[in-house]
Ligand binder design. Structure first.
Ligand SMILES: Nc1nc2c(c(=O)[nH]1)N[C@H]1C(S)=C(S)[C@@H](COP(=O)(O)OP(=O)(O)OC[C@H]3O[C@@H](n4cnc5c(=O)[nH]c(N)nc54)[C@H](O)[C@@H]3O)O[C@H]1N2
Ligand SMILES: Nc1nc2c(c(=O)[nH]1)N[C@H]1C(S)=C(S)[C@@H](COP(=O)(O)OP(=O)(O)OC[C@H]3O[C@@H](n4cnc5c(=O)[nH]c(N)nc54)[C@H](O)[C@@H]3O)O[C@H]1N2
Ligand code: SF4
Ligand SMILES: [Mo]
Length: 679
């Protein structure tokens, strides 16, 4: 496997490790053992050689002088970022000695891992780390910061994260991008839609912000935040009222059509317009487009589900293609996520058996601030990897107050001294994905890919797999699970008898072909993984779980009587907080702007480019305004999770609520309210 490392010059296949649905095939150009250029692999069947600007500039991050090379220990106060170099031996010894003490005195649940998908590699994100923390018996982390509310909602309707093959959407005649900023966050779906547009397809975007995706649409529909399920119910009302449903499909492949037909009578376009801010005639027009144009495809984004009602919202939208029978048409249907197709054997990879049936407590990552400030059975040690919670987690001031605790022993494993690392006692340097062996499964395009190490690790940095092996050794864990090689783990994970779509995908096959597609078959005729095996327009399971069994509109929670809803969404040139510390990417993105409607700006005496202070009881930010018509009155949008800079108040998550969404333990980043005024 070292063959690529040993070749100092050449072009080598690779895959993008970032948390992005596109999961591009890459080619890495090497000269004198260093990566000098990252480009798209033209042979990749979906991404076809096109990649985003972020990763085109990846070498600026890989060889950023700020990238860490050595383990560090803290010598200043927490948060100051003062560290000195130590050896790996000292680092591992310090951590494992501390943990052995904690386990003796307080039990293993006083230790909490905190991670997400900073590296999407299955070994790096949910491999040796899971084995280690299972064996340790640490508190478990509920990893629900991203898509879990929506995925839970979608599962009630469709049985799992399963949708259209995006390659088929080339045949679609109508694209609805619903709460997804696809131009920035799913660029190859945009490329496909762009090609379909040449054959007459229409592109509709429904968003609270007329951003780059809205500007690209044929029809942009602005909507009030958190009201999308009302719009979907209004569409259903018109579909049934004007007999645009597919009676045959409803009969064969759904349950609850009659109940739904009765139920949506109350969501007439007048009522829905008052809730959503979408004009009555636009609701009719959208419903008729959706009912009449075929194939019709809906890309369901993550924006709509970062709300208090996000689970029910996605649950509701995901009923639409069932009503029109679009699932039966090539290119018709929806994608929320497609992770079912490439799902591996998680039990073999993560080894929950090492927990020996202990029912350890679970902590929701969206309330990490609250959890760190809890005094009963407190978390006494936090191990952070693949994530930067001081910036990305909601209610950031609370998170930082927790991280400041003198008695909290914090370890951070990352490529950079992140805002979170500044609070750590020990910091470990992480290898980049290009330096590590791993396998990757896209949650959108259905190709599995492999990464073989292309260069030596940078300085003394180590991959996640290697760090957890060292920690296991330091703790004295001697199970074979901690000795498995990357190849062993990939083989174990790909042996998944429960997933027929994975047939034919093996380590060998990946090594030979670099990308291998899941064996996708049409969803209908077929049986879904819902209790009835059909699309559940009415769900008994939801009733059991305490939800309305039919799709409904629930308003977002009361967040105080403040005048604006604040939507801090991702931006184009960063990937969550990744790249926010790299000069090249910051220069491309320039600066954060606060989008405000001109009516609100006039009323408050605010001009375009003024610095505005937004605040609530959780915190404050100061951002430069972009005044115009890109957001509705009462809505403020900013883009990007910006790095801490001295004197700048740009930490948008200082304002966001750590309330938990209606389903899946999800986050509610976009359901917070704020005051705004000239700074
Ligand atoms: N360039 C770039 N790409 C990324 C990321 C990034 O940070 N930068 N992040 C990656 C990750 S982890 C994820 S999860 C995905 C997220 O990517 P997307 O699925 O696109 O989700 P968001 O960008 O969070 O939000 C999408 C849109 O929802 C809108 N929105 C917010 N609230 C509402 C609402 O109530 N109704 C409607 N209709 N729209 C609403 C926002 O204005 C935004 O334009 O992107 C991935 N790709
Ligand atoms: N306001 C607001 N907040 C949000 C969102 C939003 O839309 N608005 N989006 C939310 C969403 S959808 C998500 S997914 C989360 C994402 O939040 P995070 O998962 O924290 O994502 P990043 O900020 O990209 O941080 C990933 C970190 O992992 C590190 N890393 C990369 N590769 C490796 C590796 O191999 N090993 C180790 N040890 N570290 C590595 C990177 O250097 C980086 O510091 O943010 C959430 N926060
Ligand atoms: S971030 Fe997304 S679009 Fe950019 S290279 Fe990676 S997978 Fe492709
Ligand atoms: Mo995400």
């Amino acid at each position: 496997m070292n063959s690529y490392i040993n070749q100092l010059d050449g072009v080598f296949p690779s895959v993008c490790s970032l948390d992005c649905p596109d999961q591009c095939g890459l080619l890495l150009h090497k000269k004198n053992g260093k990566i000098i250029k990252v480009e798209g692999d033209p042979d990749h069947p979906v991404t076809k050689g096109n990649i985003c600007n972020k990763v085109r500039n990846m070498t600026a991050r890989l060889y950023d002088p700020k990238r860490m090379q050595y383990p560090l220990k803290r010598i200043g106060n927490k948060g100051d970022g003062k560290f000195e170099r130590i050896s790996w031996e000292e680092a591992i010894d310090t951590i494992t000695s501390k943990w052995k003490d904690l386990i003796n005195q307080n039990g293993p649940e006083s230790i909490l891992p905190y991670s997400f998908y900073g590296n999407m590699g299955n070994l790096s994100a949910e491999g040796m780390d899971r084995r280690f923390f299972n064996r340790l018996g640490a508190s478990r982390l509920e990893r629900s910061i991203c898509n879990s509310a929506g995925s839970s909602g979608y599962r009630y309707t469709m049985g799992g994260s399963i949708g259209v093959d995006p390659e088929d959407t080339i045949h679609s005649k109508l694209f609805i991008f619903w709460g997804v900023n696809a131009v920035s966050t799913n660029m190859h779906q945009v490329t496909i839609a762009q090609q379909a547009r040449k054959n007459g397809a229409k592109i509709v975007v429904i968003d609270v912000h007329k951003n780059q995706t809205g500007r690209w649409a044929d029809w942009f529909i602005p909507i009030l935040p958190g009201t999308d399920s009302a719009l979907a119910l209004g569409i259903m009302h018109v579909l049934f009222a004007e007999k645009m449903e597919d009676a045959d499909f409803l009969e064969k492949y759904t349950v609850g059509a009659e109940e739904l037909r009765q139920h949506v009578l109350q969501y007439d376009p007048q009522t829905v317009s008052a809730i959503t801010g979408v004009p009555v005639e636009d609701i009719y027009r959208l419903a008729r487009m959706y009912g009449q144009i075929s194939p019709a495809f809906i890309r369901i984004g993550n924006g709509i589900q970062h709300h208090d009602n996000g689970g029910m919202c996605v649950r509701t939208i995901s009923c639409l293609p069932g009503i029109t029978g679009q699932w039966r048409v090539k290119g018709g249907g929806a994608i929320k996520g497609n992770s079912v197709y490439l799902s591996h054997n998680a039990r073999a990879l993560q080894r929950p058996d090492l927990l020996k049936n202990k029912a350890t407590r679970s902590i929701n990552m969206n309330a990490i601030g609250k959890a760190l400030l809890e005094t009963e059975d407190p978390i006494r040690s936090l191990f952070v990897y693949n994530s930067n919670p001081a910036v990305v987690a909601p209610d950031a001031n609370k998170v930082r107050e927790g991280l400041m605790r003198e008695d909290l022993f914090t370890v951070v494993h990352d490529l950079f001294l992140t805002e979170t690392a500044a609070f750590a006692d020990i910091v470990l340097p992480a290898a980049a994905s290009f330096e590590t062996m791993d396998f990757y499964a896209s949650y959108w395009h259905n190709y599995m890919q492999i990464q073989q190490p292309v260069t030596e690790v940078y300085g003394e940095s180590k991959s996640n797999t290697d760090v957890f092996k060292l920690l296991a050794d330091g703790m004295g864990f001697d199970e074979q699970a901690f000795k498995d090689s990357e190849e062993d783990m990939i083989e174990q994970a790909l042996d998944n008898p429960y997933n027929p779509y994975l047939e034919g995908i093996s380590l060998q096959n990946l090594l030979e072909n670099q990308f291998v597609k899941a064996k996708i078959t049409p969803l209908f005729p077929g049986k879904l993984s819902t209790p009835s095996g059909k699309i559940e327009l009415y769900s008994k399971q939801m009733l059991k779980d305490g939800y309305d069994p039919l799709p409904v509109y629930n308003p977002i929670a009361d967040d105080g009587d403040l005048p604006f809803l604040f939507i801090p969404a991702p931006n184009h040139h960063f990937l969550n907080s990744t790249f926010s510390n790299n000069t090249r990417h910051v220069a491309l993105e320039k600066e954060p702007r606060l989008h405000m409607n001109v009516k609100d700006a006039r009323r408050l005496g605010i001009g375009d480019g003024d610095i505005v202070r937004i605040h609530n009881h959780r915190g404050e930010c100061e951002l430069k305004t972009a005044v115009g018509e890109n957001v509705l009155p009462g809505v403020l949008v900013s883009q990007g999770l910006w790095a801490d800079r001295p004197g700048a108040k740009q930490l948008v998550n200082a304002l966001t609520p750590d309330r938990i969404a209606d389903m899946g333990g999800g986050a509610t980043f976009f359901s917070g309210r704020v005051h705004a005024g000239k700074a």
